[in-house]
Structures are given as C-alpha cells and as structure tokens.
Design a protein around this ligand. Structure first.
Ligand code: NAG
Ligand code: NAG
Ligand code: NAG
Ligand code: NAG
Ligand code: NAG
Ligand code: NAG
Ligand code: NAG
Ligand code: NAG
Length: 748
C-alpha cells in the first residue's frame, strides 16, 4: 500500500543513534511491554503498513493502545509515529509508572485534522511544545505512552513509533502583530535573527526604538518580542518585513482599518461581584493563585451521591451507575485548601434520599439485567441500565444495592461537623432531571412540588448547621427546565400555569415569611448555549463567538431552537434569551433581593482559541451585567485558551478593576468584539476582545489616560500565543487589537 507522508514543516528531526524505537514491524521493539486495555490489537497487521506490517487497533470507549518501556526516557524531545484511520478520536499521553505523573492530554486533532484511512500520516509531538497547550513535558521518569480512544472508541493503524532524542527547532517568525498604540508583538520559535527586521507604515519606514524578549512561563517553546515603534499606528498599510526567508513569506502585512469611537467614563461605575471568576474543582492552590480564581465549586452529577461518611460517590448515568471513592475524597479538606489559596467555596449538599454506600457496588449488573446497551469497558458486569432501544431495564433496581439512606438529619450533622465551613451551600445539582441522571436512585419524575420541598428541607438543615451560610438553589440544568419540569406542561398547568423558576422564586419568598428568614440567597442556574456548535468550521466558530449575546442582549434572537416559535413557556420575548437581564427582572418581580448565580457555564470548546475568546467576553459581560457568582464547568486547563481567559483578567495577582466602568461605543458590533472597562483607586483597566479571525480592529478611546499600562494578551496569528509587558500610551487616537486576540490593559 502506498503511503503519503505529510511534510513536517516546522520541525527537523535528526535521526540519532539514541532514538528509542517502539515499533517498526511485526512486534513491539525489545524492552517494550503491552499495557493496553479493552482493545483488539494486531501487532503484525498486513492490510496497511510501512515496511512489512503495522499495528492495527480497535479500542472500545475510553480504551487504549498503551506501551511501557522497561526503563525510562527522562529527557527525550519527542514522539514520532505514522497513523492511518478516519481521523480517530485519540488522546495521547506520556506518563510515568514510577510516580504516576501524566502529561497534559494531547489530542490527535491538535496534531492533524486530515488523517485518512487509506494512507499513513507522519506526525511528531515536540515534548517542549505539546500540541494544544504549548506546555513543556519537562524531565521525568517517563516510561509509558498511551493512545486512548474517546467515548466511541477508536479504530486505526499505527506504524514506525519512535521516541526521538533530539528535535532541531527551525528558527522562525510565527507572527508579528500590531498591539495598542505603537507596539509590535512578535512571536518566534528558535534563535531568530531580528537584525534585518524593518517596519513601514503607509510606505514610510518606521524606526524601532526598543525591543524586549520574553520566554513565557509554562510555554517556553515560543518567545514573544515586543518592538516599540517611534511613531503611533494609523489607518493604512502596515508592513513588517522580517528580512528572513520564513519558509515562504518573509513579511507580515496588515491593512489597519478606520477607527471606531469609544469612550470610558470611570466616574459612572458600580461594583463587580468578586465571585464571578470561578471554576469547578480547581486542581491545586497554585492553579487558584495563577489564574486568580475567586470561587471554587464542589459540584456536578457525582456530588448528588457523595457520602461524606466514607467519602464514596457515584456519577450515575455519566458512568454506569458505579460507586467509587470520591475524588477529591474529603469535601472538608477541599474547602480548607481552596480557602487557603484565596478562593471562596460553593459546596453542594446531596438532597435526594440516597448516597453511595461503598466504593464498589453498582446498580445494573449484567448478571442480573442481561442485554444492556453498553457496559463499562473496565468493569464488564456494570451496565448503563438501558436496552439497546433506549428503554430502561426493568424492574428498577433496589436502591440498597449501591446506596445507603440520606436525609436532612445526616446532612445537618455533616455540615455542622465541618472544620472548614463553605462560603455558599448549593442544594444538590440539577435534581429536576434525576429521573435520568440518577435513574437508579430516583426513577420517579421530579415535579415542581417535590423539588421545592427538597430545597426547603435541606436549606433549613444547612442554615441550622451553619448559621449565616448563604444558600444557592436549585441549580437547574438548562433553558428548557427553567420553565417546566420532567413531568411536562401539565405540571405548569397544575401550578397556575406558572413557569418553574418564577414559581420557585415566589414560593421561596413565601417561605421567608413563614420561616422568618431567607432560605434562598442565590437563585442558581446552569447555562449552556442551546445552539449546535459541535462542528469546527469557520461559520461555527463565528456562531460560538456570537452566542455571548444571549447572556445580555435584549435584541438578540437566539440562533438555536429557542429562537424558533412556537414556545411553550410563558416568558416575554421567548425567542430572546437575554439571560441575566431576564433573571434580574424575574427576581425583582417574584423575590427581590435574591442574588443570581451561574454555577455551570461553558465556552463549548475548551481547546479552541474561540473558546478562550468567548470566555473573555463572558467574564466581561458577567461583571458589566452585575451577575453575583459564576463557576466554569468544568476545570479549564491552566495553559489552555479558557485558562488564559482567567489569566487575562486575574493572572498572578494583577486584577481587572473592582468596579465596572461605563463604556460608550459608537459602533458596538457585539458579534465580533467586546469592550469592557473597570476602575479601582482611580486607575482604569480595559479588556478588548477581537472576535474577527483575520482583521485587526482599532479604536479611538476617549478618556483613556496617557501613561504607562501593563498589557497582557493571548490569541493571534500564532495560535494561542500569550504574554505581557508594559507599554507607554501617549496617544489614544488609534489603539489596535489584532485578529482573534484578547487584550488587557491596566493603568500603572
Ligand atoms: C495487548 O493487550 C491487548 C489489550 O489487553 C490484548 O487484547 C492483546 O492481545 C495484547 N497483545 C499482545 C500481543 O500481548
Ligand atoms: C533535563 O535533563 C537534561 C539532561 O539530563 C538537562 O540538561 C536539563 O537541564 C534538564 N531540564 C530540566 C528542566 O530540569
Ligand atoms: C525598553 O524596554 C525595557 C524593558 O521593558 C525598559 O526597561 C526600557 O526602559 C525601555 N527603554 C526605552 C528607551 O523605552
Ligand atoms: C500589503 O497589503 C497591501 C494592501 O492589501 C498591498 O497593496 C501590498 O501590496 C501588500 N504588500 C506586500 C509586500 O505584500
Ligand atoms: C426495548 O427492548 C426491551 C428488551 O428487548 C423490550 O422489553 C422493550 O419492550 C423495548 N421497548 C420498546 C419501547 O420497544
Ligand atoms: C432492598 O434490599 C434490602 C437490602 O438487601 C432489603 O432489606 C429490602 O427488603 C429490599 N427492598 C425491596 C423492595 O426488595
Ligand atoms: C434520618 O435517618 C436517621 C437514621 O435512620 C434517623 O434517625 C433520622 O430520624 C432521620 N431523619 C429524618 C429527618 O427523617
Ligand atoms: C420535607 O420535610 C417535610 C417535613 O418533615 C416532609 O413531610 C416532606 O416529606 C419532606 N420532603 C421530602 C421531599 O422529602
């Protein structure tokens, strides 16, 4: 079979005697062991191969081709392999069986999106610049490599696997982009030569008066050099000529557009809630500090079954209704360290009648319920509780198989005994859909009355256990269930035709009168965009970046089923989500004074630059629209695009101002840009996100004080290049933000 090798454009691999061959033909090379799981693997496949054979792999869901060296490869520089398949869904990791360390996930799609079944594609992972994150693997007792399939498994051929001792980096200018008033940010790899670089604006040479080079912490493979020009940018043609044959085009050429007029009014301001910069389950204290995380949530589907007496849990339908040891195990210790790192905490309290009884039981043994649609590849007796046709198996399992009883007395005892008290308590998670997510535990459809009753009972318990604690509820999963229950619109009809959350607010207001104090401090919802953005084409990326308008814009018809009448709920303008203003209005009508929290939201693309830019836009909107608390679902990768959105606003102790300042835009263009301002101690901070993939945007920014600014940015032509510097702004008439870039400016 003929094979096509893609040109390894940027990296030259030197074949050295010390490269470690993993596989060439017929069997794993000497010293390598097969540590694969739940996969059909032929180490001598002859239906497609280089040389005399290849490895053919058919991995079930989440299963892997995994190989381990008898020895280690501590400081090698890369992994090379040839692969064929219909763009298999693979995640590659390098790990240490010695100390358990594992590299960040490397998605095969971050290496190539054009892998085909009929021919091999040759790929190389540079350990100093891991695809996706740009992180360095670093030295370690590395001895294992895994190619793990996704939810639908993976079928492919792989050949010529080599751990590479040395990769020579070709010196290269990756991008050179105008930034702010007179700075050019140049991203490079390797030892580039700047001596021939020239800049011209509208045909006239511009002098470079200063140059500073940084190697970003955590992503050392790319350097960023800031060139300060003697002259400010202006509308027209900017030409940056590197003077070096850059594997093709030695120049970066920009058409700088006409300015948009904007002004900042620092005297018109109001506080931004400090709790909007949150995430679910931060990974460590340094994560919290590096990204400036202000709120940490213990949440998600598995916490519904969290048993603090034993530290067991069960993720329900997310993982074959199996018990396991909770991770992290102790909520109490977790609250302790997240507070120690400077974050607040949102602890979810289970509010159904059961929690996991141990770390091993499961609800749907195949031995008991044969013929289930799918089973855990790691535990073949544990099924998903459904037949192939989608119906649930019968009869409903005895809850005692996996669970032990739980009630308000037990919740109260747990909360009372916590050495570390949470900032906020949430009454369970998305229990309106428990009849599917926790079908084994709570098969009956949850109606309005039951959900209200559970929130009331557990809120009373929480408030008795921790006097003064704030309660958030009901953490409703999505737009559809804001307005009705799993029972359907008959349930609305039985409750004066009221939509669910307005009815819930009304009842919680009434409960305050009965009980003598508030039982609901935060109305908590989860918000996931309803548009389908599963594709990866430019139109979908643009749609993703527009969707933030649904958070605030009272004129934005949702680009999803929500925007298509007829609607069954009883909301005004039901094709327009206008999420935060809508809920602030509902709260004003039904239970004034209640705060609003979004304890799950997502960029819909954690590894794509557009996911990062959208998150920048969302965090800006949360502040401006007076949201009270927000935690991202789930845990953004610190060095990935979404982590960088937090870093932009809050990284390493440099924070966006505490008060949202007025921004006036002559041309708002919310589809393609976001402009946010804040003030603190009289100093201005600004975040601008340019959502255009290929055109810079420029502003005349009235009332922006002259002087020194701390600047931080990510995105741009070189992927997710990021870094920070200090610039002097002596003219505010023409401020540039490059394409697909988010910029943070803070007055020194
Ligand atoms: C390698 O491991 C897989 C998964 O456990 C197994 O199916 C396969 O037979 C093994 N192959 C060899 C040659 O040991
Ligand atoms: C990794 O190991 C190599 C060779 O042993 C050494 O030169 C290098 O400095 C080490 N790097 C780090 C980050 O420790
Ligand atoms: C050049 O940049 C460096 C580093 O930011 C700074 O210390 C120095 O003052 C700058 N020089 C001029 C002339 O602006
Ligand atoms: C730069 O772009 C301008 C405007 O598109 C064009 O006229 C000019 O020829 C380009 N210059 C180079 C060197 O590519
Ligand atoms: C689904 O399959 C099961 C098992 O074969 C069967 O008992 C059940 O009636 C089917 N349900 C529907 C809706 O067809
Ligand atoms: C469920 O299992 C428990 C413990 O084995 C048992 O005591 C109980 O009677 C069972 N309930 C039903 C309805 O079978
Ligand atoms: C909760 O269960 C315990 C143990 O069975 C019991 O003592 C307690 O009364 C129950 N509490 C409530 C509110 O039912
Ligand atoms: C809430 O508590 C009341 C009073 O103890 C009880 O009657 C009711 O059943 C409880 N609600 C639920 C859903 O368990």
């Amino acid at each position: 079979m003929r094979s096509v090798f893609l040109h390894l454009a940027l990296l030259a691999v030197s074949a050295l005697a010390d490269d470690i061959t993993v596989y060439t033909d017929s069997a794993l090379a000497a010293g390598w062991e097969n540590w694969s799981w739940s996969s059909d693997i032929d180490f001598a496949a002859t239906d497609l191969f280089e040389g005399t054979s290849s490895i053919s792999v058919n991995s079930q869901a989440w299963s892997a081709l995994s190989v381990k060296l008898e020895g280690t490869f501590p400081d090698y520089q890369g992994l090379r392999f040839d692969i064929a398949g219909a763009q298999p869904d693979l995640t590659i990791t390098v790990s240490s069986s010695v100390d358990g360390t594992t590299s960040p996930n490397i998605l095969l799609s971050a290496l190539s999106t054009s892998i085909t079944s009929d021919a091999f594609t040759s790929l190389l992972i540079d350990f100093r610049n891991l695809p996706g994150s740009g992180a360095a693997l670093g030295n370690g007792t590395w001895d294992r490599i895994s190619f793990q399939g996704g939810a639908n498994g993976a079928i492919y051929h792989i050949d010529n696997i080599v751990v590479v001792e040395s990769i020579v980096i070709t010196p290269l200018f990756l991008s050179a982009e105008p930034l702010a008033a007179n700075t050019i940010a140049v991203t490079t790899q390797g030892a580039v030569d700047f001596s021939d670089l020239t800049v011209s604006l509208n045909g006239k040479a511009v002098k470079i008066v200063n140059s500073t080079t940084y190697v970003p912490v955590g992503t050392p493979s790319k350097s960023v050099t800031y060139l300060t020009l003697a002259q400010n940018f202006a509308q027209g043609t900017l030409l940056i000529n590197t003077g070096v044959d850059n594997g093709g085009n030695p120049t970066f050429n920009f058409s700088l557009p006409a300015v948009q007029y904007a002004s900042f009014v620092q005297t018109k301001n109001y506080p931004i809630s400090p709790s909007i910069y949150g995430v679910n389950f931060p990974t460590s204290a340094s994560y919290i500090q590096d990204l400036g995380v202000t709120m940490s949530r213990w949440g998600g589907n598995a916490v519904t079954a969290y048993n603090p007496n034993g530290q067991f849990t069960n993720a329900g339908a997310d993982w074959y209704f199996e018990n396991r040891v909770a991770d992290p195990p102790s909520a109490d210790d977790w609250i302790g360290w997240v507070h120690g790192a400077g974050s607040g905490s949102l602890l979810t309290v289970p509010a159904l009648d059961w929690v996991s009884k141990d770390s091993t039981s499961y609800s749907y043994p195949v031995s008991q319920y044969p013929g289930q649609a799918s089973t855990d590849p790691f535990l073949p007796d544990a099924g998903n509780g459904q037949f192939p046709n989608g119906s649930y198996v019968t009869s409903t399992p005895n809850q005692s198989r996996a669970y032990t009883s739980w009630n308000t007395t037990m919740a109260k005892a747990w909360l009372k005994g916590l050495a570390n008290k949470p900032t906020l308590v949430a009454i369970d998670n998305e229990i309106e859909i428990a009849s599917s997510t926790h079908q084994d535990m709570h098969p009956e459809p949850m109606d309005y009355d039951e959900e209200l009753s559970r929130v009331l009972n557990f809120s009373i318990a929480a408030k008795e256990a921790i006097p003064g604690v704030n309660v958030a509820a009901p953490s409703t999963c999505a737009w559809w269930f804001y307005w009705t229950s799993v029972v359907g619109f008959d349930d609305n009809a039985a409750h004066d035709n009221m939509d669910f959350l307005p009815w819930f607010l009304m009842k919680m207001a009434a409960a305050e009168k009965t009980y003598g104090k508030r039982l609901l401090d935060y109305l908590d919802i989860h918000y996931y965009y309803q548009a389908d953005v599963s594709a990866t084409d430019p139109a979908t990326q643009a749609l993703r970046l527009r969707m933030s308008r649904s958070l605030w814009d009272t004129t934005y018809t949702d680009e999803s089923w929500v925007g298509v009448p007829p609607q069954q709920n009883h909301q005004w303008d039901p094709t327009i989500i206008s999420l935060i203003p809508r809920f602030r209005t509902l709260i004003d009508i039904y239970y004034p004074g209640t705060k609003l929290s979004i304890s799950e939201f997502s960029s819909t693309a954690d590894t794509d630059i557009t996911g990062g830019l959208l998150t920048v836009d969302m965090l800006g909107i949360f502040g401006r629209e007076k949201l009270d608390s927000a935690t991202y679902w789930a845990t953004p990768d610190e060095l990935g695009p979404v982590g960088l959105a937090y870093w932009l606003y809050r990284g390493f102790g440099t924070h966006f101002g505490a008060n949202s300042a007025q921004v006036n835009l002559a041309t708002p263009n919310p589809d393609t840009q976001g402009v946010y301002a804040a003030t603190e101690n009289g100093k201005l901070s600004v975040v601008i996100v340019n959502k255009n993939p290929d055109t810079p945007i420029t502003f005349a920014l009235a009332n922006m004080p002259f002087g020194k600014y701390f600047v931080r940015h990510f995105g741009g032509e070189a992927g997710i290049a990021k870094w920070q510097t200090t610039v002097t702004i002596s003219s505010i008439d023409y401020i540039v933000v490059p394409a697909y870039t988010a910029v943070f400016l803070k007055q020194n």
